[in-house]
Design a protein around this ligand. Structure first.
Ligand SMILES: [Zn+2]
Length: 237
């Protein structure tokens, strides 16, 4: 009760979170890859984006030439540089922790202590085994420990971790663990429902299958909370 009075007389307090700690944690002191961390070399960001683009373009050009394509054709000659830019500036921008979106925490002024669910967040990412897209919906939930973040930040976080070569299991865990750190609570749930082009457009060419992955932390491991979350997102809808 006392806490409530204090909060109601205090203006909405903002707290900016320094995410540089998260990035160090994410990369690990030894920059060693584990199942949750994206495998990155220690020198991953010694070169600038521009240097990376300049270095990738001739390699992509070589791939196209090996495939027998005539790079003198007007339609093709810009492709190597276009792909290099797209890789570095768009599709894989989230490899660099410097591109992590800023997160601002607010006091949970309304004392809302139930779960907050943000469902149907669209995401597009690329499979790290084939470099073709997988995409779908992410559903994210948390129970506030006294802090809340703007709803659009949940979308931004999903987008950030999607902009890496990924596997769906790791993507799901990276979002869940980052949210736990940012929101200072274990009570976080993430579910991702995706279609993989490496399954539908090649290989077994199964067009109808979806892949579902989940992350349940803290109170979400309780059956009751888990069921409530699943009821809200109703992924069969
Ligand atoms: Zn794949």
């Amino acid at each position: 009760m006392k806490q409530k009075e204090t909060l109601s007389t205090t203006p909405l307090k903002e707290q900016h979170i320094d995410l540089s700690n998260l990035l160090i944690e994410e990369m690990g002191d030894e920059h060693k890859a584990s199942s949750v961390e994206t495998p990155l070399r220690a020198d991953a960001f010694d070169t600038t984006d521009e240097e990376k683009i300049a270095a990738i373009a001739p390699h992509f050009k070589a791939i196209m030439e090996i495939l027998g394509m005539d790079l003198r054709d007007d339609s093709l000659k810009g492709t190597p540089l276009r792909v290099a830019k797209m890789y570095v500036k768009e599709l894989f921008q989230g490899l660099n922790p410097a591109n992590m979106p800023s997160m601002t925490l607010f006091e949970n002024k309304f004392q809302y202590n139930e779960m907050l669910v943000e469902k149907n967040i669209n995401f597009y990412t690329n499979c790290e085994h084939h470099f073709v897209p997988f995409f779908g919906k992410a559903h994210v939930a948390y129970i506030s420990s006294g802090k809340v973040i703007g709803l659009s930040k949940l979308n931004r976080l999903v987008e950030y971790f999607s902009k890496r070569p990924q596997v769906q299991e790791r993507l799901t865990m990276q979002i869940g663990k980052a949210l736990q750190t940012i929101l200072q609570t274990q009570d976080v749930a993430v579910m991702m429902d995706a279609k993989h082009l490496c399954v539908s457009s090649r290989g077994v060419k199964d067009d109808s299958s979806n892949t579902i992955t989940s992350f349940f932390g803290g109170k979400f491991q309780e059956e009751k909370r888990k069921m409530e979350f699943l009821k809200y997102i109703d992924i069969n809808e």
